[in-house]
Write a protein that binds this ligand. Sequence first.
Ligand code: GUN
Length: 292
Amino acid sequence: MEPKILSGKEVSNSVYAALKGRITTLKSQSIIPSLAVIIVGEDAASQVYVRNKTRQFSNHGLFSDTITYPSDITQEVLLSKIYELNKNIQFHGILVQLPLPNHIDEDAIIDAIDPKKDVDGFHPYNLGCLAAGKPIFIPCTPKGIMRIFHHYNITISGKHVVVVGRSNIVGRPISILTSLKQANSNGTTTICHSGTDNISHYTKQADIIILAMGSLGYLKGDHVKEGAIVIDVGINRVTDNSPKGYKLVGDGDQLSLSEKVSAITPVPGGVGPMTIAMLVENTVEAAERTQV
Ligand code: GUN
């Protein structure tokens, strides 16, 4: 049987519909949820991601301003911009697109962002709150994955969730979210990573697999059990003859997986649109919190 396609596009539309009233209420108080985006360097993929994010801000009547720096910018200049944005009450959220050039200490940059404006949820304060089961800002991609589970009535409780990847952006926070003792969670979560021997030993036992290691077509049908659910966070560029010159492919081999799995997120149109919808939602939350 063909697997169910878990459409992040569809779920994101329901997120935007639910946000509409909240945005209208804020606007009636003359508050436009606003995001400052910092992008450093010429990385083509980062530029596309940032454009996709800011496009949804304007589509939904929110404001965003993108500040672009050349790749040789110093850490000091970047830090002083963040300190300035922390104080600027026009902006409810600050996002520094990652990765940053090697000469810049990413942790120092993230630490400098006011946790109240950290709509990415990457600041150690926000990651700590999440780990303690009292989240304030939840990182956008993991939050979006949980929303996909909720939308499609996928129960996590009692299931074995295998996360492949341990980054602070996806793997670590989704491993926390899927194992918290709360509604729509309560799973038994295993994290696999570059130090794991024989990752397929774990993925073959999984009810739900979350692929977040950035490795083109890594997971094959042979690596999963019949009926598993696969969430594919990978976005890899493969050159082709299309006008763009490339297509996007996930970390899962969709062809062989589709013969085994019961449900799977597509790439593109799966997790990607949810990351952006959750960024919009987190920015609306940040704006609402300035009210209380
Ligand atoms: N790079 C890849 N994903 C993300 C994300 O969600 N936020 C930021 N700031 N950078 C990223």
